[in-house]
Design a protein around this ligand. Structure first.
Ligand code: ATP
Length: 249
């Protein structure tokens, strides 16, 4: 049933053989909210995002996107989301502009909508004239910006971004964060992202969840988390909440 809540995750469980990757993950993301999943390597962030993106089936639990279940209504969910994977590639032999055009052809229902999408994608990418060169000539950071542009230009009502600024230099990371913020304020869409960068999370996220070993240890706004753990920054709050070793213990 349709709902106004962009994302409601309830009791997600996932095992990979003997690895218990998710042990009952629950949280909600509200309208216009950027929600950050923070946690050490192996905490379960990507697994959570992939389940919400309908690419992986949970063993138990469910996630609902505007009321549509990822397990029972994956087609309806796919129309509402767009997913930027942690490790995604671009087709190397085509130009960035053609990559954006192909995407628009798949998602848009009219020529004018496709043109608007490509225009937005080109702006979000910040690649300027380089968009007309083959993607094989792009740096790692340029490819990442192209992929982020592709993810947001289809105007998803919920964007799922796995480490959106991974591999970007400080200047381009700042541009990408601004683009995400602008996208949310212009469209009222919601964003769920994972990140290892606490500065990024503080800048972007209205709420965060600390994840470790397949569970959400605590969640709240960055300010709430800092005051709760008497920490001067989010990194300190995370270590207070999870313990010094986290998943490495
Ligand atoms: P990182 O910060 O390193 O990206 P993460 O929090 O995204 O980590 P996940 O990728 O969700 O963590 O992995 C959670 C656990 O599940 C890890 O122990 C990982 O090795 C395991 N895992 C994930 N995918 C698979 C798979 N396809 N097969 C086997 N194990 C997997």
């Amino acid at each position: 049933m349709a709902s106004e809540t962009p994302l409601r995750v309830v009791g997600l469980e996932k095992r990979f053989g003997r690895i218990h990757a998710l042990r009952g993950v629950s949280f909600e993301v509200g309208v216009g909210e950027v929600f950050g999943l923070i946690g050490p390597n192996g905490a379960g962030k990507t697994t959570t995002l992939r389940i919400i993106a309908t690419l992986l089936k949970p063993d138990a639990g469910d996630a609902q996107i505007y009321g549509h279940s990822v397990t029972k209504e994956p087609e309806a969910v796919k129309r509402l989301i767009s997913y930027l994977p942690e490790e995604a590639g671009v087709y190397k032999n085509i130009t960035g502009m053609d990559f954006l055009r192909f995407t628009a052809e798949i998602y848009a229902s009219s020529r004018s909508e496709a043109e608007k999408m490509v225009e937005l994608g080109a702006r979000l990418s910040g690649l300027g004239a380089r968009l007309y060169e083959p993607a094989s000539t792009y740096s790692k950071g340029m490819k990442r910006r192209l992929l982020l542009a592709r993810t947001l230009m289809v105007r998803p009502r919920l964007a799922l971004l796995d480490e959106p600024t991974a591999g970007l230099d400080v200047y381009h990371a700042v541009e990408v964060r601004k683009a995400i913020k602008r996208y949310v304020s212009e469209t009222g869409a919601a964003v769920l992202l994972s990140s290892h960068n606490m500065l990024e999370v503080e800048y972007l996220c209205s709420r965060v969840a600390f994840m470790n070993e397949g569970i959400i240890v605590d969640s709240g706004s960055p300010d709430e988390m800092k005051s709760k753990y008497s920490a001067s920054n989010l990194e300190e709050a995370f270590i207070q909440a999870v313990g010094p070793q986290g998943g490495l213990a």
